[in-house]
Design a protein around this ligand. Sequence first.
Ligand code: SF4
Ligand code: SF4
Length: 133
Amino acid sequence: MEVYQYANGAYLPASSQPSNTIDFEIKTKKYTPHESVRYMNVYVGSNGIAKRANSTGSLIDCEKNLPVLYEKRESCCGCTACFAICPVQAISMLPDEEGFLYPVVDAEKCIRCYKCISVCAFKKDQKEKGYLE
Ligand code: SF4
Ligand code: SF4
């Protein structure tokens, strides 16, 4: 199942129907354009921690958080460096509501190596210039 989860809420296609409590929490949160990071195939509980299915199919908290490539879209220029470096092809460059391409992390594929974070020259440059905290 494809689930888009955003840092400060969530947006899902209207055709998606809640299948369990956690899914329902994601689907009823508010989505704010330009202030959200996107993932796919992710479950997030009310504690905000991403979850994964264990060997018995129960959802448990993930050991490491998913990478946050940007918190606002102004801190991503869409250069695709993170997309290119990901060793497991977990990142897709997908259009937002206005057609601009931004990275979307597939939580099922991501091994939390954070190479995507370290390669992001745009954020490093912005931090050095004092534009980002
Ligand atoms: S490397 Fe950084 S600026 Fe480039 S697409 Fe990825 S998150 Fe955006
Ligand atoms: S943390 Fe590693 S595996 Fe996950 S999206 Fe980034 S580069 Fe890919």
